[in-house]
Design a protein around this ligand. Sequence first.
Ligand SMILES: Cc1cc2nc3c(=O)[nH]c(=O)nc-3n(C[C@H](O)[C@H](O)[C@H](O)COP(=O)(O)O)c2cc1C
Length: 399
Amino acid sequence: MLTKKILLGVTGSIAAYKAADLIRRLRKDGYFVQVIMTQSAKEFITSLTLQALSGNPVLENMWDVSEGNGMEHISLSRGADLILIAPASANFIAKIANGIADDLLSNLCLARNCPLLVAPAMNMEMFSNNATQRNLATIKNDGVLVSGPDQGDQACGEIGMGRLINIESLMLDIRKSTSDLPFKGKKILVSTGATVEKIDEARAITNLSSGLMGFCLASAAYEFGAEVTVINGVSSYNIPSCIKTINAHNHSEMHEAVNNHIKNNDIYISVAAISDFKPIASEGKIKKNNEKITLDLLPTQDILGSVGKDKGNTFLVGFAAESSNLISNAKHKLISKNIDIVIGNLISQSMGKSSAEVVIIDKESETRFPNAEKSELSKTILMHIHKIYLKEKTDEPIN
Ligand SMILES: Cc1cc2nc3c(=O)[nH]c(=O)nc-3n(C[C@H](O)[C@H](O)[C@H](O)COP(=O)(O)O)c2cc1C
């Protein structure tokens, strides 16, 4: 994979210190980072810190001939994959909206030939001010991408909309800004995590699904341009706030959420490990008396199977986690549930692990994918889904 080059513009926001963490994260993910600071940004964080973390001299003055070839305000964006302004001050957004070019960073934005992604960070009143809202609408209309802001505690002590977006969501928007967007215009619903069923007032049964595969698939689908909705069971992973998330902790909440959202989506990927059985929950807490007790479990309704009976135009992808006879069980699931793709995996090799090995089965083919980290495997799986989805939709007779 070729290293992607990001020009990171840091402006005069109190959130400028977060640029240090962002640079570390970008470099960890393999990006080449060139930092450009405004004069105001230097009041909040030193160029030395950002230079040390990025591994490159920080640029800030277009009149300083020692900073390069003298034409950095134009040449820097040539060969860059993205200009990212994080944090972006209200003042800087106003400059981009109006084509003002009075320092190195604003010149760079005006003379760019690569995508521009802006992450606003400011006081809630500054953000909701009509002028800022007008400027944001203008830059979006001009094709500038905007990430965030988040809602929450502000440095000034107020609580509201205007915080710099959290780093996980920002990283997704950065990857999305430099992706080919194969799922642009498509809506994808992902159910993920485990469900929990009550035994009594204090106890419950669940399963060992960590939610990682669904987290990775939802993130990759977002990066690939889809509008993603996640139905999140009990999971060890927080879905980034830029992805719409519905919490559903037990079978019946999961069922209701899937029913409410499925028709609105082009693709439904069912990764959640939903309880196949549930106890008849006792009132209060079952008392311990040192005797063996028996737990009666009732079967739950098969959500994917019921969706498959009336799937309309929604393309259905199911997961089959098996302990043996993987291929035959997965094929049976594909046919009996009337789904379009089934992704088979052995529980011993995938559940609760950071990597997995899968076989993807559709009506015509069976493709094996070797063991890989779920963060990478999810992208491979999505590209395979994309291929089969396109084929199926193109082969459909036109009414
Ligand atoms: C302590 C302090 C904190 C500030 N925080 C922010 C902020 O978070 N967001 C913002 O848009 N402006 C903030 N400002 C105002 C900007 O620094 C000011 O508008 C500056 O001109 C921006 O310059 P630049 O856009 O060239 O970086 C702050 C000012 C001060 C004094």
